[in-house]
Design a protein around this ligand. Structure first.
Ligand code: SIN
Length: 191
């Protein structure tokens, strides 16, 4: 699959005709809401877990030296905590551009913090996209994050802000927190 998913996402539009759509964010969309929203609520989805397995050519790295950012991988009994936004459909033009490096819109059920359920969309970079990097040891992932930077800033900022945002949500994510510890250790070593 091509790395630029804008055209594919325009065709993946199960909420066409809806005045508002819920979007679930689990990575930078938790802490960087650079788009208008009507309502925002902590939320969780079932059956997916966060992994730093997606390459970033356009935000936290470059095509020659990609960074690593979060995607979701299927995991039967897992629960992923994030932030849900109720948005108007015109906002997807901006979001499709922002998430164009391999992320596709998927439909999901989300459980909101007021105990309501909502159907909505989530951007996931699946393993068949050209920028997918896949698993590596915590040490290797953290080292790649430590040395990468792109137009949106240092890759380390992405990881540290995500870890801080998850703590604020009272969400424990052992993958993210282990990478954060490795990154901080490397940064201390490098002085
Ligand atoms: C998300 O945050 O939901 C998608 C991945 C990202 O933009 O970091």
């Amino acid at each position: 699959m091509t790395a630029n998913t804008i055209a594919i996402n325009r065709r993946r539009n199960p909420f066409a005709g809806h005045a508002e759509v819920w979007l679930f964010g689990y990575g930078s969309l938790i802490y960087k809401a650079d788009f208008p929203w009507v309502e925002r609520r902590p939320a969780r989805i079932r059956g997916w877990e966060r992994r730093f397995w997606q390459g970033s050519h356009d935000h936290r790295g470059t095509p020659r030296a990609p960074g690593r950012v979060a995607t979701l991988v299927p995991a039967q009994s897992a629960v992923c905590v994030g932030m849900a936004y109720r948005i108007t459909p015109d906002v997807f033009d901006h979001l499709d551009y922002r998430e164009k490096n391999g992320y596709l819109r998927f439909s999901t059920d989300m459980h909101l913090d007021n105990d309501a359920h909502a159907q909505g969309l989530v951007y996931i970079a699946t393993e068949d996209n050209a920028a997918f990097l896949g698993p590596a040891s915590d040490r290797d992932i953290a080292a790649q994050i430590a040395r990468s930077a792109g137009p949106s800033g240092p890759n380390s900022e992405y990881l540290l802000r995500l870890a801080a945002a998850l703590r604020e949500l009272d969400a424990h994510d052992s993958h993210v927190f282990a990478l954060e510890q490795e990154l901080l250790r490397l940064q201390r070593q490098q002085g």
